[in-house]
Design a protein around this ligand. Sequence first.
Ligand code: CAA
Length: 261
Amino acid sequence: MSYENVLLDEIEAGIWVLTVNRPHALNALNSATIADIGAALQAVAANAAARVLIVTGAGEKAFVAGADIKEMSAFSGVQGQDFSRRTMAVFRSLETLSIPTIAMVNGYALGGGNELAMSCDWIIAGDNAVFGQPEVGLGVTPGFGGTQRLTRLVGRARALELILTARNVKAAEALTLGLANHVYPAAELREQVLKQARMIASRGPLAVKLGKEAVQRGQDLDLDNACQFEAQVFGLCFSTADQKEGMAAFIGKRPAAFRGE
Ligand code: CAA
């Protein structure tokens, strides 16, 4: 299937790349693009052979420069709330995708762009990346989950500082804040992200999914219930062929050939 504002490609077996593709507008997110991202995510979710999703932006300059200011400029309050809710649902479907997701941030990740990146499992940035929540400079608040996800990621005081000053953060600072997991020279970014994606794709697919679910669900539970959930997930792994294969391969001193079963 093809989309107007998004590219969706399987670049290697099980490794998918979703590219926001409006480079003339620095990949700004208008309603049509949000709908495309939602549809592309549904396609990835329905593909049992998908192992990892990389999210990025087209062109040299931007990951995503935010929600589309030109579209939003004439919004009523109701339209603003509707745009926010539609996008929140799409970003939540990204966050809860069963396979790992990596934001490959190749330039500006501002406003809705930073919010898209933070909806991935982690962020890997090029040294040309610029992050920020510039919304208060436009007379609005973040509206695609930024007040919540940034706070969870970097802590309340740092999130408040970034949101209320609207100052931009370069890649090196994003790394120290814990917003980005890694920063690489821009020319090496794609290969470094691919290296990590291949690593994930080589692991036990069911264990990878269950590991993600345990971390995500556990965050919303108290420690006792979260550990209880982990014990259930761990037990479930022993009913899979992947566990038999993974442990037999270790004992037999050979690489594992997982089937995701
Ligand atoms: N929405 C719509 N169009 C945008 C855009 C955006 N968020 N960001 C960039 N563009 C467009 C520009 O209007 C311009 O189009 P034209 O050539 O038709 O004028 C084109 O992309 C190139 O942009 P610039 O000429 O501005 O490029 P630059 O290199 O001089 O500056 C930039 C780059 C600093 C990223 C600057 O474009 C910028 O500040 N963009 C807006 C960033 C922003 O405020 N994002 C937050 C949006 S609000 C939001 O996201 C709310 C939310 O949480 C839901």
